[in-house]
Design a protein around this ligand. Structure first.
Ligand code: SF4
Ligand code: SF4
Length: 471
């Protein structure tokens, strides 16, 4: 895990890192299945926003100083709080490192939330994760703590096993207004066996059933893995479009890191990456969604995330924003958010988009329907009174769905430039807020609280992050 320099090599339409470690020798890794996508993504790069507070000054060099240091280039868009390191599965593709030792105490959780809000002011979304968060005996208490006006939504990121068999628990989640991020990587026994360790078809179906019956707002999380589930990508999109309570779909090309993923038999030269998943979406939805409907997200580093928002038309069908929005003018609509939040920024952008569509409605696919839907969205999302972050989230979520593609990094494709712009962060019990890929790769286990803190592992010679540096 020493940091080394990499050559970024474009060959045969793909992108590779070529590295030469003084200890391990030369290595190559596929970084992107589409060189044109990779190069063009850089045109979406945008300056980040500093957090209100940083933990400390950068002294040793990235990623040693995480927490975040004053060199970090983006605030926290998506905080993920790991409330337990217990789990009821042992997934072959697991990217964390469960030790079955800790459930976060409510008082500690309250401190973590307070620290997060001190750094951010307010949060559109807070995700509770683990381990498996539903194995935490006091999870409902934690949801109560996080449910407040300055947090837009509380999302429980779960494998869904408990939801499917514990109706009372699912009803309690519904009553508390929490959201579910349901891990759903496919629809066949062999897919689950390969990446989750056993056939979960029945248990996933039970979870989907209860989420639908109770209309719990849901985000699907699909770890896209070469040779395991790439043929079921279109089916996941169909599910997103078919169900009102499913608000977004998050494809995560597999990262080979963590307790399971670190030893998963994946090939770093033949793996799924963001443009490969986008191509599969077009191929498997019969062109309903096209490659051109997706844009890199400027909020994080543009190689980290890509997304497509889909406007709900008044007949219940959906149309990608890219068919009627010029993102070179309305980049503020590309946000790290599962749904369209009712912010002043969004309102200004949607009003301008509506004027554009009005002027060009003959040229735009379903131009009249788009106009009606935009009018409805503006009327619903922007009532004549100020909204709390909580209300801003709720007002927007029936107006549009989203498809995200988020490629976590591993030792093969790790890129320090990406990490410095990271906006997906793990707040820690010691007050630090750790960029997720840096935490997963370098610090996991080193920041579990004052009594368990260990020294950060050696990262080799500290390197100032002014050059392309990879692990
Ligand atoms: S990833 Fe960000 S917070 Fe961590 S050391 Fe690098 S610049 Fe600092
Ligand atoms: S978690 Fe990793 S892949 Fe995601 S935004 Fe941060 S650095 Fe990029």
């Amino acid at each position: 895990m020493a940091l080394v320099q990499a050559d970024v090599v474009l060959r045969d339409g793909k992108v590779y890192f070529h590295k030469n470690c003084h200890r391990c020798g030369p290595s190559r890794a596929l970084v992107s299945e589409n060189a044109a996508y990779y190069v063009q993504a850089y045109s979406y790069a945008r300056a980040g926003t500093e957090p209100l507070h940083v933990a400390h000054a950068a002294t040793h060099g990235c990623p040693t100083d995480c927490g975040v240091c004053d060199d970090h280039e983006q605030h926290t868009c998506l905080p993920i709080i790991e409330i337990t390191d217990h789990c009821n599965l042992e997934c072959p593709i697991c990217i964390v490192n469960n030790q079955y030792s800790t459930h976060m105490e409510p008082a500690v959780f309250a401190d973590v939330i307070a620290g997060l809000l001190r750094a951010e002011g307010q949060c559109e979304s807070v995700a509770l994760s683990g381990g498996e968060p539903t194995s935490h005996p006091k999870i409902l208490e934690l949801i109560d703590i996080a449910t407040r006006d300055d947090i837009g939504r509380v999302v429980i990121v779960t494998n869904g096993l408990r939801l499917g068999k514990d109706r009372k628990f699912a009803e309690a989640i519904k009553a508390k207004g929490a959201y579910i991020g349901l891990q759903l990587d496919g629809f066949t026994p062999s897919t689950h066996e390969k990446i989750r360790g056993r056939d979960l078809c029945g248990e996933k179906a039970a979870a989907l059933r209860v989420l639908k019956e109770l209309q719990i707002p849901t985000q699907l999380i699909f770890v896209a893995t070469r040779g395991a589930n790439e043929d079921q990508i279109g089916q996941a999109v169909e599910l997103l479009l078919a169900e009102d309570h499913i608000l977004s779909l998050n494809f995560q090309p597999a990262a080979f890191t963590g307790l399971g993923g670190g030893v998963y038999a994946g090939d770093p030269l033949d793996r799924l990456t963001i443009p490969g998943v986008i191509a599969a979406i077009e191929a498997q939805t019969g062109g309903l969604l096209k490659v051109s409907d997706f844009s890199p997200l400027p909020c994080s580093h543009p190689q980290c995330v890509s997304l497509s928002y889909l406007l709900r038309l008044n007949d219940g069908s959906h149309l990608p924003f890219a068919r009627f929005v010029d993102f070179s003018r309305h980049g503020t609509l590309l946000r790290s958010s599962a749904t369209l939040p009712a912010t002043a920024e969004t309102q200004d952008a949607l009003l301008e988009v509506m004027h554009d569509v009005y002027a060009r409605s003959d040229e735009i696919e379903r131009g009249d329907d788009v106009l009606k839907a935009l009018r409805r969205s503006l009327d619903t999302m922007f009532p004549p009174r100020p909204l709390t972050p909580h209300e801003q989230v709720r007002m927007g979520e029936q107006q549009a769905k989203s498809i995200f593609l988020h490629h976590y990094m591993d030792a093969h494709d790790f890129d320090l430039e990406r990490l410095r712009k990271c906006c997906h962060h793990y707040p820690q019990t010691d007050g630090r807020i750790m960029p997720a890929c840096g935490f997963n790769l370098f610090h996991r286990g080193a920041a579990r609280g004052p009594n368990q803190a260990k020294a950060t592992p050696s990262l080799g010679v500290p390197i100032r992050a002014s050059t392309r540096t990879v692990a």
